[in-house]
Structure formats: structure tokens, C-alpha cells
Design a protein around this ligand. Sequence first.
Ligand code: ADP
Length: 593
Amino acid sequence: MKRRPLFWKVYPYYFLVIFISLLLVALYGAREMKTLYISQLTSTLEARARVAERLLKPLLNTNETARLDRECKEIAKVSNTRITVVDVKGLVLGDSHEDPLSMESHGTRPEIVLAYGGEVGVKTRYSNTRQANMMYVAIPVKQDNEIIAVVRVAVPVSAVENILTSFYRNIAIGGAIIVVLAALISMAVLKRLTDPLRELRNGAGRFAAGDLATRLPVPTTEEIADLSESMNKMAEQLAVRIKTIAQQRNEREAILSSMSEGIVALDADEKIVLLNRVVAGFLDLDIAESRGKTFYEVIRIPSVLEFVERAMHSSDIAEMEIKMPGSGASVKYFQARAAALKDSFGEKVGVVVVFNDITRLKKLESIRRDFVANVSHELRTPITAITGSVETLLDGAMDNSDDRRRFLDMIARHSDRLNNLIKDLLSLAQIESETEQIGAGLTRGRVSNVIASSVMACQEKSRLHQVDVSYSCDPNLEANINRGQLEQAITNLIDNAIKYSNQGSTVNVEVTSPVDEIVISVQDKGVGIAEEHLPRLFERFYRVDEARSRDAGGTGLGLAIVKHVAVTHKGRVSVDSLPGKGSSFRIHLPRTQ
Ligand code: ADP
């Protein structure tokens, strides 16, 4: 249905009622007025007839018809009325406006017939004589109770009509003025009623648009005032509720976004109703775009879809380890756990899936596995060599002094290796356990003292290999250090530099302190390392040339220890090397006061 303002719905009817009432009153008034006027006129005419009767009656007895006629004309002049006198036979004796002799018999005129009967004859009809509508009043003239003539007075109806028309016009003008006034007044009254309603409507519109801070004016009309107050109260309560909901939502968002787990909730149609940033990151989704879409539309990973599908149709908690597509280091692993989402009646309305990134755990597991395999492998070689030598000796080689020496030498060498390996493994384990927390156990100490101790520790080796080791360091330079660990790390670097240098070569240990670091570098002019090995050099058991490392008594753990020590000092390691030219290993320590 077409909507119209209240004003235009009420006002036309209002106006119509006023108009029709006024019209009816005017019509009734006009009719009453006409009746009153006619009866008044009839009485006046009758009175005039009676006056004329008085004046003319004496002349009737004298048979002076000419005088009678003249008298009629005289009376008519002053009374503005036509006067006719008719005898009992219908003969016109006198007439104010015509010559009686030329007039036909008036005995059959209805008003005169009535007067003959002794009544007052009143008639409005067409006058043949005057050729106009006339109103007649005829009275009998009696003498000794006998009717001797009839006096008739008449006025033209047009005169009556003129008066009535002007009367009607006045009523119409008055009525029109009243209608206009009533229309204006009712318009003002209606506006007084609809204005507060309009304000109410505008206010409700503002509430609906979310502006709950404004308040509606309270008018003086009781019902509208009540409504205004109720709406104001409603807006107030709504604002409080919305605030609470927003607060709850913010809390929920904060909890969801601060969680390290990824969370996604799906409804019964598998549409995403909620997902947090973490899961968006895991599954490479856009939060805003994904909300409201089905899981199938946004996820293309078969294992995830399969898991969600299974969870949707199961009432138990579902769990699964999911390997995400990718290769090498980019492979990711998730532990997914799904539980049913239930409404207040306990009906299942969807599922919540929690994703846990277990990639690091998986990698640690694999590192540990590799480490155990590597250690076993490293241990097996010397143990096999030792047991083999012992068996050979027992089998008779012991009797030959040359063989005996050779095998005992071998046992001694492999025992050394075993010893070195276990020493390095223990060092690594000790560094790890000592410094579970990065930066723990550091004390302020002079770097030059540590360098001097390390160089001293390698003195014997440098003499044996005929490699000259020199160092330079600001004696006042201090840093937060774990002296034992740092000494071992630098010793490992100097030891390597000697091991992988040729006779007569030189090794230089240098300490520099650019802006925010202290850099300890150990440079040699030895065999150098090809570039492809550099990224993996600090891994445990990684060796460039396995045979040379073994011959030199290396364990493959030296650089791993160096890296570990640097990390526990909140620092890092770096290396530059050119095959055939030499290498430069550096430990970078943070410069703290
Ligand atoms: P290793 O006990 O075998 O020396 P490290 O962890 O100390 O084990 O070193 C790992 C590998 O890095 C060595 O096997 C060696 O190939 C290479 N390397 C280490 N230092 C040097 C160096 N100064 N010059 C050339 N190669 C080096």
C-alpha cells in the first residue's frame, strides 16, 4: 500500500467533514430562512391587503369603480405592491397596474377562489396579466358576514428571488470564509500533533542508523511524551547492550588473535563463521574475504578438507597430523583437532578446528634422529677399528713386534678420536645445559685475556704444524662473556685454522670493535672452502673433506660448538673463504656496557 504522511491521511477527511457540515448547515439555514421569509412576506402581504381593504371597502358600496381603481393605483405607489379588487362574480373592479376594463374575469384565479371560500388565498404562480411569476395573497372583503369582494395583493416573485439570492450569496461567502478559517485552524492543530510525531520518526531513524547518543525531545502531549521517553530508554539500554557485545567481541578477538593456535569455526553448512589470524597465516587465507564462504571455496588442500569432512560427520573429537604441501624447508606440519560446536540445546551446529604448528617440533625430532644416527656412525668407526685391532692382536699379531706396534698405534689413534668425539659431545651438551637461556651466565671480562689463553692452548699444535699464530686486541676491551665457553670457541677456530693450513703458513687472530659489535676473527691462508659448503659449515658433523678432517683428528663438531657459544652470547658467526687462498671465521658479540 502506498505510504502517505499522517497529515495528508487525516487532513482531507478533516476538511471534508468541516466542508460537508458547513454545507448542510448552510442548506438547512437557507431553507429555513426561505420558509421564514415567505411566511413573513405572506403575513406582510396579508397585512397590506387588510390595510387596502380598510381603505377601499367604503368605495365598494358606492359603486364608484373609477375612484376605486385610482385608489388602488395610489395605494400601490406607496406600498410597492400590486393591488387588485375583484367582485364576487370575478369582475375586476380596480387594479393598481392595469386597466380593469381590459382585464378578463378573475373569478377562477386559485387564490381568489380560496378567498371566496372565506380563507386567505396564498398562491405563487404565473400571471397572464403581468407576464411574470407573482406571489398573491387574496382576502375576502365581508359586509354583514357576507363576502362582497376580494382584495388581492401581489408582489413579483423575482423580487422575492432577488432577496433570497442575495441572502444565499451572503451565506455562501460567510460559509467560504468559515471553511477557510476552519481549514487553517485544523491545519495548525494537525501540525501540532504531527510535528512531534515527525520528530519521533526522525529520532527513531537516527537510532536505527546507530546514533544512540542522541535523545528524542519529550513533547507535552501525554501519549507522545510516553512514547518518546520509552524510545529514549530503549536507546539507552541498546547502547549499553551494544557496548557489552562490542566489548565481548573485542575480548574474543584479542584472545583469538593472541593465541598461538589457529582456530576456525564452521557452521552446519561448512561456512566459515570465525577464523583467527594464525589460521589465516597457516592456510594462506584472507580473513575478511573468507568469512561467510564455505570451507571448500577457500581451501584447496585435500588433507585439510578430508579432515574437516570427517570432523563434520563425527560426534567425537577428531585429531590428525597434517603435512602441508611444499618442499624442503618450506614443508609445514600441523596438528589439527576438531570438536563439535553445539547450541544451547546440545544440537551440533558446526565444528571448531584448532590447528597447531608442529613444524619446529617435527624438525627438532628429525635433527635429534639425525644426530643420534651421526653420533652412532661416528662412534662405530673408531670402535670397529679398535675391536678389529684387538682381535687381530689376539689372533697372533701380538707375537710380531712390528704388527704389535702398528695395531697398538691404531688402537691409540682411534682411542684418541673416540676421546675427542666424546669430549666434543660433552662440551656441546654442557654448553646447552649451562645456557638453556640465551645470555645467561655471562660476566664482564676482558676479551684480550680470552684470546691470549686460546692462543696459548694452541701453541703446541702450531709448533707441530709449523704454523705461526699471532693476535692483536685492545687490552682494555671488555664484553659480557662466559670465559670458558668463549675460550673453547676461539680455540676451536684457531685449531681449525692450523689444521687446514700448510706448513709455514700464518694464522692471525684479530679483535675489532665497530659501532655496536665486537668482532673476533681468525684468519688463515690455508686450503679455503668452496662456496657451496659455507651455508652448512656450522651444522653438527658437517665436514668439507671427511678424510682430511679425520686424519687431522677432527670430530665435525668444532664449528657447531663455536656457533652455539656465539648464540649463547647473543651473538652470531660468519665466514668468508676462498679455496686455495684461506678462510676468515668470525664471532660477533654484541657490544654492551
Ligand atoms: P672438524 O673437527 O672436522 O674440523 P669442524 O666443525 O671444526 O669439524 O669443521 C667443519 C668442517 O669445516 C671441517 O671438516 C673442514 O672441512 C671445514 N673447515 C673448518 N675450518 C676450516 C678452515 N679454517 N679452513 C678450511 N676448512 C675448514
